[in-house]
Design a protein around this ligand. Structure first.
Ligand code: IPM
Ligand code: MN
Length: 358
């Protein structure tokens, strides 16, 4: 059979270091993968003048899956928006129609002490945020800067964005969320701001409509402000959350931090056919880049998610996840999850340990 082709896009900051470790883990499996590497983000801009160079986009389109590191660095903060590193990930999502973003927040029992919340509030936490990724105020038109056309500030400079969702966009993410919930705890919480926003009112209507096709899944609704509160009050009462792009961005950071370290959490961004981009939930952490201390586990677990969701290699995904649990049980910790009594290791040593545990 033809080798599976993976687009390896390391990006900026700690991206290259952690993606290297994921590559070593993939290479330690029995399957052969064809990995092709390309610049993206600030690295894409530096080498080719654009955060999402044409060659990189082409590679991403023709690959069977994409393993993405992270993008962003202080030194690109002054570039105009269209050239900033973030445009790389936004452009990949939009161009490849990766509308379904799955962000698990799992607390590994060994790391219960690393959470800022009390152990009894978070121990056993296993929740999943399904975030719509190609619509909402992130991409809605019109947007821009202008002189305010009316109102109390008429004539003043104003910036504006448009929050919008079309019914089919809501429907397709609803189906993903219900299907996911069906395979888990059969509960789905839809998060919106239907008491204020028209977009949310439509969102809620469609969620209720789609729920009729999934009679075994219990749907409830939460306003986003309340959802933020419930996430820190009693996160274990939540199982699967489905929400729009903007609310999902914010809530998924909060959910991630419940687990003690954002350095542990992978994510998947999928299109209609389960082709996907896989990336750690954390950013490029330029402050610790190049020091060899970053936690590679979120990247390694992203590779496992890739095997499971896009490449139909669930067994190999299980192997990687088990290996990660083993190194944690053995007491190995990078700085972000270090506690007294454990063994502090660097990026490479952590990768070595996962490879050895496979
Ligand atoms: C994320 C990030 C991105 C987003 C940025 C880098 C554009 O915060 O993946 O959550 O806002 O979606
Ligand atoms: Mn974010």
């Amino acid at each position: 059979r033809k080798d599976v082709k993976i687009a390896m896009l390391p990006g900026d900051g700690i991206g290259p270091e952690i993606l290297n470790e994921a590559a070593r883990v993939l290479n330690a499996l029995d399957e052969k993968f064809e990995m092709e590497w390309a610049d993206v983000g600030g690295a894409g801009y530096a080498a080719h003048g654009h955060p999402l160079p044409e060659g990189t986009l082409k590679l991403a389109k023709e690959a069977d899956a994409i393993l993405f590191g992270a993008v962003g660095d202080f030194k690109y903060d002054t570039l105009e928006r269209s050239l900033r590193p973030e445009q790389a990930i936004l452009g990949l999502r939009k161009n490849l129609k990766l509308f379904a973003n799955l962000r698990p927040a799992i607390l590994y029992p060994e790391l219960a002490g690393a959470s800022t919340l009390k152990p009894e509030v978070v121990s056993g936490l296993d929740l999943l945020i399904v975030r719509e990724l190609t619509g909402d105020i992130y991409f809605g038109q019109p947007r821009g800067h202008r002189s305010a056309p009316d109102g109390a500030f008429e004539g003043a400079r104003e910036g504006f964005d448009t929050m919008r969702y079309a019914e089919p966009e809501i429907r397709r993410i609803a189906h993903i969320a219900f299907q996911t919930a069906k395979k888990r705890g059969k509960r789905l919480t839809s998060v919106d701001k239907a008491n204020v926003l028209e977009t949310s009112q439509l969102w809620r209507e469609i969620m209720i409509d789609v729920s009729r096709e999934y009679p075994d899944v219990k749907l409830d609704h939460m306003y986003v402000d309340n959802a933020a509160m419930q996430l820190v009050r009693a996160p274990k009462e939540l199982d699967v959350i489905v929400t729009g792009n903007m609310f999902g961005d914010i809530l998924s950071d909060a959910a991630a931090m419940l687990t003690g370290s954002i350095g542990m959490l992978p994510s998947a961004s999928l299109d209609e056919d389960n082709k996907g981009l896989y990336e750690p939930s954390h950013g490029s952490a330029p402050d610790i880049a190049g020091k060899g201390i970053a936690n590679p586990l979120a990247q390694i677990l992203s590779a496992a998610m890739m095997l499971r969701y896009s490449l139909n290699m669930g067994e190999q995904a299980d192997r990687i996840e088990k290996a990660v649990k083993k190194v944690l049980a053995d007491g190995l910790r990078t700085g972000d999850i270090y506690e007294e009594g454990t063994k502090r290791v660097g990026t490479k040593e952590m990768g070595d340990a996962v490879v050895a545990a496979l």
